[in-house]
Structure formats: C-alpha cells, structure tokens
Write a protein that binds this ligand. Structure first.
Ligand code: NAP
Length: 510
C-alpha cells in the first residue's frame, strides 16, 4: 500500500466517532493500513492533538467491533498517526494552514504526497470543499489524490448533475469514491458472484426459473432526531434512490460465463440502464407511497409520523415506499423486482428473496410442508447475515412427504468486517469496485425523477399504515396483481419457519 495522508473533514462528528475511527483501528489490527500513514482531522472546534487523540481512543474503545487490545503500545502506535487542525469550510486561510501542516507531516514521515480527502460533513459542504482543495493547491502535489464522499449525492436528477459537474472541476471521476455503505456489507459484496458460488444456484439461476426478486429494508425506528433532514427527503431519497437501487444493481449485474472480467461498474450500469422507465403518470400503478400512523412496535406504543417532534402536522412525506420494477434485459425480461423500504415496520431486516418457479413435476406443497410452496433463495444482509436456499426435494424413504432442504452459507459471525472497514480499505488501495459510480447515480436519479414529480403533484396517493405493521395494504396488493406476495415479512417468516400446524390459516386469510 502506498504512503497516504488521510485528511478527514468532520473529524469531530458522529460518523467519524461511530464508524470511521473504529474502521481505521480494525484495518490497523489487520495490517491493512499503509505502513506510512498520517491522519489529519478537521473541524471548527479548537482541539489540541492530545485531546483529539483522546477522543479517537474513546471512540475505538466504545465502538470498535474488536476489543481494544490491552497492548498499550499498539494503541499508542495507532494513535500516533493522528493530528488535528482547526478548519472552517468557508475560510480560505484555513486551507493554506492545512496545506502547511500536510506538507510538514509528509516531510517528517518522508511520505509521497498521496492525499485522500474524506468528507464526513453535510452535503452542502461538498462543493465548496472540493473547490477550495483545488484553489489552495492541496490537490496538486506529485502523488495521487482521492475524494471520498458520503450520501446524499444530490436531492434529484438536476441537483446531482450540478454537484457532479462541480466536483469534476477539482477531481476526475476515477478520483471520486462515493460511499454507499450498503455496498460495503459482506453479503452485498457476494451478490454479484452468487449465481456462480454454489452448484445449486447455478442450476436454478436462469431467468425462466426466477419468478420474482424481492428486496426489503425494514426499520423499526421512526424519524428520530433527523426530522429536519428526513421531512424533506423521505424514504425515496433516503433509501430507495441509493441503497435499494444499488442492491438491485448488485443482484442483477451478473454475466454469462466468459465475460467475468468486465468491470463490476460497467455491469451495474447496464443493469440500471435496463430498468424500464416510468412516466410520472404511470407511477401510481407501480409505486406505493406510505406514511406511518400511530401503532405499536414490538410491544411499545408509538406516535404517528406527523406527531413526531419537528415534523409538520400536515406533512405528506413518505416513510415507506414499495415499487415494482422491470428490466428490459434478455435475462431478466418478465421477472418483476419488488422493492420495499419503510420506517416503523414490524421488524428490522434487510433481505433479498429470489423466488423460483415450481418445476413441472415438483411436488405440490402439503399441510405438513414447511410452508415452502416455492424454492426461495434468501440473502440476509442485516442485522443477521447469511444465505439460505429453501427448497423442496422428494425423499424416497418417505412415501408421500417431501423434505425441505436448506443450504446455509453463513458468514462467520465472529469475524465479519464492518461495511466502513471494507470501504475505507478499498479507498486506501484505490479500488472503486464497491463504490457508487457516477453513471449508476445518474441513472438511478433518472429512474426516480418521475416518481419524485408524481409525489410532488400528489399523483400517487399517500397511504397510512399502522406503526409496527408490514406497511400499507396496497403494498401487498401490488404483488398480488402478479400472483406474488412478500416472502420477507414477519407474517410469512412465521410461515416459512413453521414446521407443522396451522400454516393453512395463513393461506386461508390471504
Ligand atoms: P455531525 O455529527 O453533525 O458532524 C458534522 C461534522 O462537520 C462535525 O465534525 C463538524 O465539526 C463539521 N462541520 C460542520 N460545519 C463545519 C464547517 N463550517 N466547517 C468545518 N467543519 C464543519 O454529522 P455526521 O452524522 O457525522 O454526518 C457527516 C456526514 O455523513 C453527513 O453528510 C451525513 O449525511 C453523512 N452520514 C452520516 C451517517 C451517520 O451515521 N452519522 C450515516 C451516513 C451518512 P465542528 O462542529 O467541530 O465544526
């Protein structure tokens, strides 16, 4: 790994404390930080280097997935790389001061001037920081430069294009690493290779065998302290345009054998380009927009969205969205992708379910079956991680019954790197595979834009759902139109898991 100076804007913020320092510490433990490494933390607060290092140490002791070693010398070695510099984004003098500090550290440590600028600050600062990096000469040394930015990347198609154009004045596309932390999750990184990872999947993985793909990200929390941001963003901007469409791309971007060297970014771009566009008039037929009302989440009564502190009592903001998407692609033609994400749902889970058609001759489900009327490939992304194939097979030893078979490809829960570890490690190595490339971001916004407009013009009715439920009934109805149903909610989870008994009660009710 090349020598690197890691310049962290927002070094006193929440994300740095909870995610970035613990990720760097775990990379350090694994020997995955560059041997010559310096970090300069930035913020408006006046902090000495010692106080800053003390804050970083507290953060790793509180949030690191691996316990901070008692080996005080190792912790000291890790913290030794950290320095702090006061910087206000809008003050040009501060960038000159920063340049002096970086240059003196580079000389002191004999570092090649490779600089990684990580913007862990509000999105309104992305453009002025990039412009100041260029203007001050911070980015024009002999080594490489990289820009790592957090979401959100724009709030619609025009603003995303505008932001990108401005960033491109200071950084080329190959120097920009847009973080979508879902892409750092180990299970998500396996998705694109999934069809090749097990003979059973290879046999099942043809467009004709796949009945539907369902992607769910359900949260139990409400809007929490993010009212000001969330009420102008909604589930569509906060989750759907970025994380959910990235999950779709990762799953859909597979290749016929023989083209395995085509870059992941190119394949993901092809997948998002293949999404059949919706007009704003068509949105109502394919999209469900929901907002949580009062209800009970896991035994605790909670208020509705419009009664939350900081939320306008008349707000029509979406806290839930479900959509049916089709891909005009030879493999995926005719296979609906259903995406659903919401707050205040019955359980917390991010999961992809691939539902397969029953083969001719495959036994019909019986009352004793494990609810597995279909073969399902279930990819649990969080909080549990794992891949399970739930399938039915005839057992010749038993006359009438058929046995569900399960293939568990469970990650080792004791040693799963956090998303930020994977992503920061990749950015340090210059590997952009698991970042959101501009084409993907632009095409995602382009697909979402008519829906944003349909929401703004109230062309898609706002459906209320009780907190603690699975979302509005219209989300079930959306799938029922194609003879499908959600396989990834608590109602069906019970059904999938049930060994015997009353699964027919469920069928009867639905
Ligand atoms: P935060 O806790 O509010 O921290 C903001 C940081 O920005 C602080 O370090 C603050 O330092 C600095 N800052 C604010 N104004 C500044 C200015 N004028 N000049 C220089 N520095 C300034 O926010 P956060 O939660 O860490 O989030 C940072 C970014 O990550 C945001 O874009 C957010 O959307 C994104 N993000 C956060 C999370 C998360 O879990 N927190 C998850 C995903 C994405 P001073 O106060 O010392 O100036």
């Amino acid at each position: 790994m090349e020598p690197t100076t890691f310049v962290l804007f927002g070094a006193t913020g929440d994300l740095a404390k909870r995610k970035i320092y613990p990720a760097l510490y775990n990379l350090f433990l694994d020997g995955k930080l560059p041997p010559s490494f310096a970090l300069i933390g930035l913020g408006r607060r006046e902090l000495s280097d010692e106080t800053f290092r003390g804050n970083v140490e507290r953060s790793i002791r509180t949030f690191s997935r691996r316990k901070v070693q008692d080996d005080a010398a190792a912790v000291e070695r890790f913290l030794d790389a950290f320095r702090y510099c006061v910087l206000d984004v809008g003050r040009k003098d501060d960038y000159r001061k920063l340049l002096d500090m970086i240059e003196s550290r580079e000389q002191e440590l004999r570092l090649t001037p490779n600089r990684l600028f990580y913007l862990s600050v509000g999105p309104e600062f992305f453009e002025p920081i990039a412009a100041n990096i260029q203007e001050s000469g911070l980015g024009s040394a002999d080594g490489w430069k990289r820009l790592v930015i957090e979401k959100p990347f724009g709030r619609d198609l025009p603003s995303a294009r505008d932001l990108n154009r401005k960033l491109n004045q200071a950084f080329a596309e190959h120097e920009i690493f847009r973080i979508d932390h879902y892409l750092g999750k180990p299970m998500v990184q396996k998705l694109e290779a999934l069809p090749r990872s097990h003979p059973a999947f290879q046999a099942l993985w043809t467009g004709r065998r796949i009945a539907s793909v369902q992607i769910t990200a359900a949260e139990t929390v409400g809007v929490e302290e993010r009212a000001g941001y969330y009420d102008h963003s909604g589930a569509i901007r906060d989750m759907f345009q970025n994380h959910m469409l990235q999950l779709l791309m990762m799953l859909a971007a597979h290749l016929p054998a023989g083209q395995a060297d085509e870059k992941a970014g190119v394949r993901k771009k092809k997948a998002v380009q293949a999404l059949r566009p919706l007009t704003k008039e068509e949105a109502k037929a394919h999209v469900v927009r929901g907002q949580y009302a009062a209800g009970t989440v896991q035994g605790t009564p909670v208020v509705g969205y419009t009664a939350e502190p900081g939320i306008d009592a008349e707000s029509a903001n979406d806290t839930f969205i479900a959509a049916r998407l089709l891909l005009d692609d030879p493999f995926w033609r005719g296979v609906p992708f259903y995406i659903r994400t919401g707050k205040r749902m019955s359980g917390k889970s991010t999961r992809i379910v691939v539902e397969f058609e029953r083969l001719p001759g495959q036994p019909l489900p019986t009352a004793e079956d494990e609810g597995a009327a279909h073969d399902l490939l279930v990819v649990d992304i969080g909080p549990e991680e794992g891949i399970t194939l739930r399938s039915k097979a005839n057992d010749p030893r038993r006359s009438a019954a058929s046995e569900p078979i399960r293939i568990d490809l469970q990650a080792n829960p004791d040693d799963v790197p956090e998303a930020y570890e994977n992503l920061i490690g990749d950015a340090l190595r210059g590997d952009a595979t698991f970042f959101a490339h501009w084409d993907e971001v632009e095409w995602s916004w382009a697909w979402v834009q008519p829906i944003l407009e349909a929401f703004a013009d109230n062309l898609v009715p706002l459906r209320l759902y009780a907190a603690g439920s699975e979302g509005p009934a219209e989300s079930d109805a959306l799938l029922a139109e194609n003879g499908h149903r959600w396989w990834s909610d608590s109602r069906n989870e019970q059904e999938i898991e049930m060994k015997e008994g009353n699964q027919y009660a469920y069928h009867a009710n639905h």
